[in-house]
Design a binder for this molecule. Sequence first.
Ligand code: ZN
Length: 172
Amino acid sequence: MERKYEFSWDLLGDVKEGRPNLGPMVRTEIYRLMQFCFRDVLETNYGSETADKLFYESGMLAGKQFYQNAMNEAENFNDFIKSLQSILADKAIGILRLETSDFEQGKYVLSISEDLDCSGLPELDYQICVYDEGFIAGLLESFTGKKFTVKEVDCWCTGDRTCRFVAKICKE
Ligand SMILES: [Zn+2]
């Protein structure tokens, strides 16, 4: 397929030059406005399951691109998590914690507090951070070279005050 919209980091532009007065920040609710409108339109056009799949895949692409363009190389898993923690806090995406790690099984539990996508939302009866699931999967895959599936198990929206994600290496 001839592509019109293939992602490249350059598309994010030179914000310093482009927004000399307003600067790089935008309010969280404006970011959410775009995300929730996308979700609505995708669901209306393609159904809930496909909307979730597209969000997950977009998150995954973003995670891979973020890893390539925004992160420094890490020597080992702990360094990787540490540098991820600091950049996610620095960019006000969320406060990351690695809760448990099982290297043998390739299973990790991570939590993100004050999550950009969902903290403060009304309570719903489902976890909503599908984009984050993909984002984490993309980051983990980029660092380890292995495919991951990531599932959010607790969310602000399900009454928890943090988002908790279970990440597992895909067994071939
Ligand atoms: Zn969440």
